[in-house]
Design a protein around this ligand. Structure first.
Ligand SMILES: [Zn+2]
Length: 445
C-alpha cells in the first residue's frame, strides 16, 4: 500500500516541470526511496524469474527461490555479466515487448552486446535526464548542439528525449570530424555542446586557434577523462565541462555530475547499486540491478568499472547519493612488473606534463627478460620524447613510491613512445591499458 503511494508520487514527480521535480525529490525522506527500491527490486526479480529464460534457468540451477529474496546481496555470488549477454543473446533476457534496441561493443570483444528497451522506458529515462540537466543550469532558451554518435548508441536517443522536456533548441550533428563540426556549429552559436570527452577536447583545441563564442556548459558522455583535459577545455571556453557515467546496458545514465564535479550523483530511482567486494580504500566493481525496466531487466549486472559508493551528502544539496569518479575498468587492470596498474595510474603520471595530445595508451609487453611498459603519446614533434619521458619518470618517482621502487629494482622497463597525432584512436572507445603479453599467449594457444 505504502509502496503504491510512493510509486504514484514518483510518477507524479517525474511528470512535473523539472524544477519542481528537483525540489520535491530533495525533500523526499531517504526511507521512502529505500522502501520503493526494495519493492521494485522484488517485482523486477519476480518478472525476470518468470519470463526470462536465462534467469529462470540460472535460478533453478542454483536453487534460488526468488520469492524469498528481499535484497540483491541475498543472491550471494550470482551476477549477470556482459559475457552472459553475448553468450545467451539478448532474447534470453527478454520479459516483455521491445520497441527498440541499442548496442555496445566495449573494449574487450568486437562482438556487440544488444540491449532491448520500450518506448515507455526511453521516455522515463528522458524525463529523468531533463531533471539532471535542469539541475546543471540548462533552460528552455539554451541552444544545444550534440555530436553524440548516433550509430546504435543509446545516449543520443536519451538526450533527444530529455531535451524535448526541457524544450531547448537542439541540432544533432552526429559524430563528425571536429573540423567539420566547428565550421558548421558556429552558425548556430550553440551555448551547450554534447559529445564524447576526447572529441570535445579536439573541438576545443580548434576553438582556441580559431575563436570561441559564449558557452554555458559542455557535457561529456561515453568515456572518462582526466582532470587535466577537463580544465584545458574549461579554460578555452570559460565554461564548465560536466561528465556523466553510464552504459548502454543501463540505458544511459547511471549517474551524472553536479556543479561541484565531485563524483556522479546516482540514479537511485532506477537502479540498485552495490560494490560487493571492496579494497582497503572502499573501491570495488560496481554492480547494479535495474528497478524500472520491464523489457530486459538486469539482475546484479557487473559493470566492470571500479568505483566507490559515496553516501555522504553533497554540498549541492541534491538528494541523490554519489559514485566516486570511475578509477578503471576492472578488465583494464593489469598485473605486471610495475605492480597492479590501471588507467588512473597513467593519467596521474601525465598530470602536469605538457607537450602531448589528449589521447594516450599504455601497452604492457615482455622483452624476454622483463615486462616493458610503453606509454604511447601523441607528440607534436618527436624530438620532445626525451623531455616528456623525463617528466613522466619524475612523476612516477614522486607520486608512486612502490612503482618507482620496482622500476629501480629493474622489475620492468618504462618508455615513452611517440605517435602521430590522431593515430591511437580508431574506434569510439580507446582501450587505455593494453596487455600484449596475454594477447600473444592467446594466439599461441
Ligand atoms: Zn552534488
Amino acid at each position: 500500500m505504502l509502496t503504491n503511494i510512493i510509486e504514484q508520487i514518483e510518477r507524479f514527480v517525474l511528470h512535473l516541470e523539472p524544477q519542481h521535480s528537483v525540489a520535491f525529490l530533495n525533500v523526499t525522506p531517504q526511507w521512502a526511496i529505500e522502501k520503493m527500491q526494495r519493492a521494485r527490486f522484488r517485482r523486477t526479480l519476480r518478472l525476470a524469474a518468470e519470463r526470462s529464460t536465462f534467469y529462470r534457468e540460472e535460478f533453478k540451477r542454483r536453487g534460488i527461490d526468488p520469492r524469498r529474496i528481499e535484497h540483491p546481496s541475498e543472491l550471494g555470488d550470482f551476477y549477470t555479466t556482459g559475457e552472459d549477454l553475448r553468450a545467451h543473446g539478448a532474447e534470453a533476457f527478454l520479459t516483455g515487448h521491445a520497441d527498440t534496441a541499442f548496442e555496445t561493443t566495449g573494449t574487450t570483444s568486437p562482438e556487440p552486446k544488444r540491449i532491448f528497451f520500450s518506448q515507455r522506458e526511453l521516455n522515463e529515462m528522458g524525463r529523468l535526464s531533463a531533471i539532471g540537466l535542469y539541475h546543471l543550469g540548462m533552460r528552455r532558451e539554451d541552444r544545444v548542439l550534440s555530436a553524440y554518435d548516433c550509430s546504435f548508441w543509446v545516449s543520443p536517443a536519451v538526450l533527444r528525449m530529455g531535451l524535448q522536456y526541457l524544450k531547448c533548441f537542439h541540432v544533432e550533428a552526429g559524430k563528425i570530424s571536429p573540423q567539420e563540426f566547428y565550421e558548421r556549429a558556429r552558425v548556430y552559436k550553440p551555448n551547450v555542446i554534447f559529445g564524447e570527452p576526447s572529441w570535445i577536447v579536439r573541438v576545443s583545441e580548434l576553438a582556441r586557434e580559431r575563436g570561441t563564442w559564449p558557452m554555458k556548459l559542455l557535457f561529456g558522455g561515453g568515456e572518462n577523462t582526466t582532470e587535466q583535459a577537463r580544465s584545458a577545455v574549461e579554460q578555452i571556453w570559460g565554461a564548465p565541462l560536466y561528465l556523466s557515467y553510464g552504459q548502454t546496458e543501463s540505458f544511459g545514465t547511471l549517474g551524472a555530475e553536479c556543479k561541484r564535479k565531485d563524483g556522479y550523483h546516482r540514479n537511485d530511482l532506477f537502479f540498485y547499486f552495490e560494490t560487493p567486494e571492496v579494497d582497503t580504500e572502499g573501491y570495488g566493481e560496481l554492480v547494479y540491478t535495474t528497478l524500472a525496466r520491464n523489457v530486459m531487466p538486469l539482475i546484479r549486472y557487473r559493470s566492470t568499472d571500479l568505483t566507490h559508493l559515496v553516501d555522504d551528502p553533497c554540498e549541492c544539496g541534491l538528494f541523490a547519493k554519489r559514485l566516486a569518479k570511475i578509477r578503471a575498468r576492472t578488465d583494464e587492470m593489469v598485473v605486471c612488473g610495475m605492480g597492479n596498474v590501471g588507467p588512473w595510474v597513467f593519467a596521474e603520471l601525465l598530470r602536469g606534463v605538457n607537450g602531448h595530445g589528449a589521447d594516450w595508451q599504455a601497452v604492457v609487453k615482455h622483452d624476454g627478460r622483463r615486462d616493458v611498459i610503453e606509454l604511447r603519446l601523441e607528440l607534436k614533434t618527436f624530438s620532445q620524447q626525451g623531455e616528456v619521458e623525463q617528466a613522466v619518470l619524475d612523476n612516477l618517482r614522486q607520486r608512486f613510491t612502490d612503482f618507482w621502487k620496482n622500476y629501480e629494482m629493474k622489475l620492468y622497463d618504462f618508455r615513452v613512445v611517440p605517435c602521430e597525432p590522431g593515430s591511437l584512436r580508431n574506434g569510439r572507445k580507446l582501450k587505455l591499458v593494453l596487455d600484449q603479453r596475454q594477447m600473444s599467449l592467446r594466439r599461441v594457444l
